[in-house]
Design a protein around this ligand. Structure first.
Ligand SMILES: Nc1ncnc2c1ncn2[C@@H]1O[C@H](COP(=O)(O)OP(=O)(O)O)[C@@H](O)[C@H]1O
Ligand SMILES: [Mg+2]
Length: 272
């Protein structure tokens, strides 16, 4: 693969939590090498605790890896890169005492976006997620799905080429997350953003991703990468297509033994 096509290069990344010699020291992520292509949505899927959030934090420069290196846009990551990377988390982290548009402006203040750009960027981001009419509402006046849209708008207003999304729809009900998934697919077809998207939902991964990286149980490493060759925007009808079911089953096969390892670590006796 040509360098120019990778937005993020991950080379031999491994990470322990805990100091050497501490009995609680644990290898969270091992031997991870991967290129994230410019303009793709790469989904990360794997058992709980396999290091998905750890990898996202390393890509985002929030955590320095114990071993290995990450390049973003050809530059070695050695701290947060607010011009390159924005985050959306499961907990939308909106300030409850600020309106939606104030929350978006604050995001830009924190990331030092020049003030002259705030108004236009905020309005554009609100429009992109369909929240223009709710600009002056407070988070508590919005549904969970709308709050996640607002968090997405805040990230979009930073106008970074890369978005890291850690289970962004994880706290929402299934129908709401399907609708938000459709909207994100439309957004993908319109922008050239590179998105790394952690999810527990196999269906969500197939619906949204251009590629899905399946992680092994802890210590996590990439077990396999599956290509989802289907143009964006993806339509709800894709969910009932034979191709969707085949890909979803393929992911399940790859994950099944890894999930079992994680679950059995907790029981040891094996089974009920
Ligand atoms: N700050 C931390 N200190 C100690 N252990 C951590 C810390 N963050 C994560 N871990 C551990 O590292 C492993 C991987 O965590 P994480 O990356 O959050 O997994 P995932 O997002 O795949 O569920 C887990 O066992 C978790 O308990
Ligand atoms: Mg996580």
């Amino acid at each position: 693969m040509q360098d120019i096509e990778s937005a993020v290069r991950i080379r031999n990344v491994a990470h322990h939590f805990g100091e050497p010699g501490d009995a609680r020291r644990m290898l969270a992520l091992q031997d991870t090498t991967m290129d994230i292509r410019r303009g793709e949505l790469l989904a990360l899927i794997g058992p709980s605790g396999c290091g998905k959030s750890t990898l996202l934090n390393i890509i985002g420069g929030l955590l320095a890896p114990g071993q290995g290196s990450v390049d973003v846009g050809g530059k070695a990551v050695d701290g947060p890169m607010p011009r390159e990377i924005a985050y959306v988390f499961q907990e939308n982290a909106l300030f409850p005492w600020n309106t939606i548009i104030e929350n978006i402006r604050l995001g830009m203040v924190f990331q030092r976006v020049p003030k002259a750009l705030h108004e236009e960027r905020a309005l554009h981001a609100l429009q992109a997620v369909g929240l223009t009419e709710f600009a002056n509402h407070y988070p508590a006046q919005l549904s969970g799905g709308m709050r996640q849209r607002a968090a997405l708008a805040r990230a979009l207003s930073l106008d970074t080429p890369i978005l890291l999304m850690d289970e962004p729809f994880g706290a929402l009900d299934e129908q709401t997350r399907m609708v938000l998934g459709e909207d994100l697919s439309v957004l993908l077809s319109r922008t050239k953003k590179t998105i790394v998207f952690v999810t527990h939902s196999l269906g969500e991964a197939v619906f949204l991703a251009d590629r899905v990286a399946v992680f092994s149980a802890r210590p996590g490493r990439v077990k396999e990468i599956i290509e989802i060759d289907e143009p964006h925007p993806r339509r709800p009808a894709f969910i009932t297509a034979e191709k969707f079911t085949r890909l979803r089953n393929q992911l399940y096969e790859l994950l099944h033994d890894e999930i079992r390892k994680t679950v059995d670590q907790g029981t040891r006796s094996g089974g009920f």
